[in-house]
Write a protein that binds this ligand. Structure first.
Ligand SMILES: *[C@@H]1O[C@H](CO)[C@@H](O)[C@H](O)[C@H]1NC(C)=O
Ligand SMILES: *[C@@H]1O[C@H](CO)[C@@H](O)[C@H](O)[C@H]1NC(C)=O
Ligand SMILES: *[C@@H]1O[C@H](CO)[C@@H](O)[C@H](O)[C@H]1NC(C)=O
Ligand SMILES: CC(=O)N[C@H]1CO[C@H](CO)[C@@H](O)[C@@H]1O
Length: 449
């Protein structure tokens, strides 16, 4: 998930010329002090890089990322763009947004469409609050066609992940998967089969996640159960089980983009057809979201509480006993801020991502991991320097390495290799499922080169 929809030509141009020296980050290469936050996509920056998805293990220090808003139980009707705010306009206050968008969400007939115009990387919505265990369900209709992937996942900042993924060539199967700290394991996937056409019909997909069990249910019926007790890793001496606060992410992305790794394209059902029926008819591929509901897990003591304001980590191990449910604030004053200096930029700076000038350093620093060409309709149309990548050309000259050019997660680095570096182990080609997260990193990587 992770993508943006700039016309590809523009993005690539911007990317290749501007992105070359943005620092990348991984477990073994943390971000530098001037750009301390490692985004979900493995690049260093400030501002939105320090918000949702910022990986404390790969950042300059554990407290470089902004604390993550705690779980809030809520029903999202998804019948308008209210509550959906573009990533370039969100500073970390979950009262101002339910979902942070990258890409092009649209409203259609009382539902929210996540769209993927030709040659784009699709659209992703990430919840503004984090779930530390709990239940989440989404009514959705998948996209269709070779290479088009719809996803409904939980993803933590340290890359614990619980997935539903749908490939557009199999409209009767929901693929499920989970990852612990992004470590690839191709034996973790499982299919829920025999569904009625997932493109034509809404189904309700649910994840019930407790400290002991993950249960995937479709239309109220249990489709798969994974117990923590079956995930012991004797080598690492720990449970390889998702256990850290995670954002809900809804997305459509091009698993079959032809620059992608062959194993991923194959998994996605083949190369994507940018002249598909839906693109011919509507101008984009799309996935349709109806009501989404988050129900927090209300443990009375950790793990799994949501009693305070924010979640942070107190140890780089990033297991559930290192998560603190505490009272640290979650909101930046401006996009110059980081977890180390949340008030940077202060009052004079525009609320919207503008430039890196406010950073006060000579070298420009990226502030928005992949801006978007056009945010969701609900993004405040506050004529202020107009955010997003609308101003990408200007901002890219004055600042951001990666920022304004779309989901440029691996800007300037070695693309798909970056996903490998990021999580330590890899280089493994995906042949079976794919961590939605890692695949997108790979995709973006290739887009940029
Ligand atoms: C799940 O179904 C897909 C086809 O949709 C297939 O390629 C894959 O091998 C199946 N995975 C498992 C674990 O059975
Ligand atoms: C066990 O943990 C190690 C270290 O994180 C990892 O490399 C390995 O892949 C894990 N084993 C399995 C079976 O997942
Ligand atoms: C958590 O508490 C809320 C409010 O008391 C309740 O509605 C909800 O069902 C609880 N969630 C779980 C998973 O127990
Ligand atoms: C899934 C997992 O690792 N759960 C652990 C959470 O933390 C407690 C200790 O606080 C462990 O006992 C659990 O195994």
């Amino acid at each position: 998930m992770i993508r943006s929809l700039l016309p590809i030509g523009v993005t690539i141009l911007g990317a290749t010329t501007v992105l070359a020296d943005q620092p990348t980050c991984s477990l073994t290469q943390k971000c530098p002090k001037e750009a301390p936050c490692c985004s979900q996509y493995g690049q260093c920056g400030v501002g939105a890089y320090c918000l949702g998805g910022c990986d404390p293990r790969m950042s300059f220090s554990l407290d470089s990322c902004v604390p993550a808003p705690v779980c809030e139980s809520k029903v999202f009707p998804m019948d308008s763009l209210d509550g959906i705010v573009d990533v370039s306009k969100y500073l970390g206050d979950p009262k101002t947004a339910d979902w942070v968008a990258q890409g092009e969400p649209l409203v259609y007939d009382g539902t929210v469409l996540l769209t993927m115009p030709p040659k784009s990387v699709g659209t992703v919505l990430a919840s503004s609050t984090y779930m530390w265990y709990g239940n989440v369900k989404a009514k959705l209709k998948t996209s269709r066609g070779a290479g088009v992937v719809t996803a409904f996942i939980l993803l933590s900042d340290v890359k614990d992940e619980i997935d539903y993924e749908f490939v557009g060539v199999d409209l009767t199967t929901a693929q499920t998967n989970y990852y612990f700290q992004g470590i690839p394991d191709y034996d973790n996937s499982g299919n829920i089969t025999g569904l009625s056409d997932t493109y034509e019909n809404f189904h309700e997909y649910e994840i019930r996640w407790t400290p002991d069990t993950i249960t995937w249910l479709v239309d109220g019926k249990v489709g798969r159960v994974k117990k923590k007790s079956d995930t012991w890793n004797a080598t690492a001496n720990q449970w390889d089980y998702p256990q850290t606060p995670a954002r809900v992410q809804l997305s459509i992305w091009p698993g079959g983009a032809d620059t992608n790794a062959p194993g991923t394209i194959e998994w996605a059902g083949g190369k994507i057809d940018w002249n598909s029926e839906d693109i011919k008819n509507y101008g984009y591929d799309f996935a349709t979201f109806g009501q989404v509901e988050i129900e927090c897990y209300n443990a009375s003591s950790p793990p799994g509480t949501n009693k305070h304001t924010s979640y942070t980590y107190n140890n780089i191990r990033a297991t559930n006993d290192t998560v603190i449910d505490g009272d640290k604030p979650t909101v930046l004053k401006s996009f110059s801020g980081t977890g180390l200096n949340m008030n940077a930029g202060g009052s004079s700076s525009s609320k919207s991502a503008s430039s890196a000038s406010a950073s006060g350093t000579s070298a420009p620093v990226a502030t928005i991991p992949g801006g978007t060409a056009s945010g969701p309709g609900s993004a405040p149309a506050s004529g202020d320097d107009d955010s997003g990548s609308g101003d990408s050309s200007s901002s890219s000259s004055s600042a951001p390495k990666c920022q304004s050019t779309g989901f440029s997660q691996s800007c300037g680095s070695d693309d798909s290799g970056s996903s490998n570096k990021n999580n330590g182990a890899r280089g493994v080609e995906r042949t079976l499922g794919a961590s939605a997260f890692a695949v997108v990193v790979a995709i973006a990587g290739m887009l940029w080169l």
